[in-house]
Write a protein that binds this ligand. Structure first.
Ligand code: SF4
Ligand code: SF4
Length: 309
């Protein structure tokens, strides 16, 4: 919904050109990767149905406050309603009652606040008028209040007992997840109830565990075809040869991957800041300039599995 207030040029993130240092979570944060997929899935859903302009379905994303959701609140056009921990699902239930049939509501919380959201999640499951897509950012931690360990939840048992189909995803498989959300929007319209559990979204914890286990995570690679790298060279030339023209040039040409995945390693073009999450493997760079080398969490979030690669 926020994209209406801040329309992005076609194929560009809303603030792709203007922000020097966009607000972001940690490099490699799985939450930002999932919210990219939520939004991209809606774009693909509309494209699949050949819907344009006011005929398009619109995403409304109602979230709790936390790592999983603050990251999208600013100019990125992700989060439409954000209040406090425990509010995402119940606020989303209310929005469904007041929005149009072209507006699809996705609700989200972390695993810690899942338990604060139970009543809203139950309402969503029992409401026969609307479908439900409820995302759980599962980082096994309550980061916003100091890193407490949340109540243990068996999402498969609880989710299905409440009336949801529970789907676990690897947050770093951004293209696969966008395809999944594209499919889920169709199922939402059939009033189905889906709980998506994004496991292992905290790359800081996982990176430390991997390091302690002797695993050297990989890094992203950008080829010279990157539009932004090419443009940076052009800016350098202009600065040298025609400095009076520099003030009229934008600072960046393309920051689609950095803004979309909200990753400082990409925004600063600094592989040293890359945590090896591996989201870059699947990111659809328009010129195919982005790749990744080495072990990544997009292969598996299990250290045991990663050790085998
Ligand atoms: S793999 Fe890509 S998205 Fe992940 S931390 Fe590295 S640069 Fe950022
Ligand atoms: S790697 Fe691709 S998406 Fe990222 S800034 Fe360069 S051209 Fe844009």
């Amino acid at each position: 919904m926020a994209s209406k207030q801040n329309p992005a040029p076609k194929d560009k993130a809303a603030d792709e050109i203007t922000y020097l240092r966009p607000v972001s979570n940690c490099s490699g944060c799985g939450d930002t990767k999932v919210s990219w997929s939520v939004r991209e899935g809606m774009r693909r859903f509309n494209r699949q149905l050949k819907l344009k302009g006011k005929d398009r379905y619109e995403l409304i994303y109602a979230a709790d406050r936390g790592c999983g959701n603050l990251q999208g609140y600013h100019a990125y056009g992700i989060v439409d309603a954000i209040f406090c921990m425990g509010s995402g699902a119940i606020v989303g239930d209310g929005i469904k009652e007041s929005c149009s049939e072209k507006q699809l509501v996705v609700t989200a919380s972390g695993d810690g606040a899942y338990n604060f959201n139970i009543s809203g999640i139950k309402f969503a499951a029992k409401n026969k008028k609307f479908g439900a897509i409820n995302v759980i950012y599962n980082n096994y931690n309550i980061r916003m209040t100091g890193g407490q360990i949340p109540l243990e939840v068996d999402f498969d048992k609880e989710g299905s007992a409440l009336g949801f189909e529970v789907i676990h995803i690897n947050p770093y498989r951004v293209d696969d997840n966008a395809e999944l959300f594209k499919e889920l929007y169709g199922r939402y319209l059939k009033k189905e109830k889906i709980m998506v559990v994004a496991d292992g979204v905290c790359v800081l914890d996982m990176g430390k565990t991997a390091k302690d286990s002797g695993i050297r995570m990989g890094r992203f690679i950008r080829s010279d075809e990157c539009l932004d790298l090419k443009f940076a060279k052009e800016r350098e030339r202009v600065a040298r040869e025609e400095p009076e023209k520099l003030k009229d040039m934008p600072k960046f040409k393309c920051r689609l991957c950095g803004i979309g995945l909200r990753c400082h390693a990409l925004l600063d073009n600094d592989p040293g800041k890359c945590f090896g999450c591996g989201a870059c493997i699947q990111f659809p760079c328009p010129v195919g300039a982005l790749s990744f080398e080495g072990p990544s969490f997009s292969t598996s979030i299990s250290i045991t599995e990663l050790k085998k690669t």
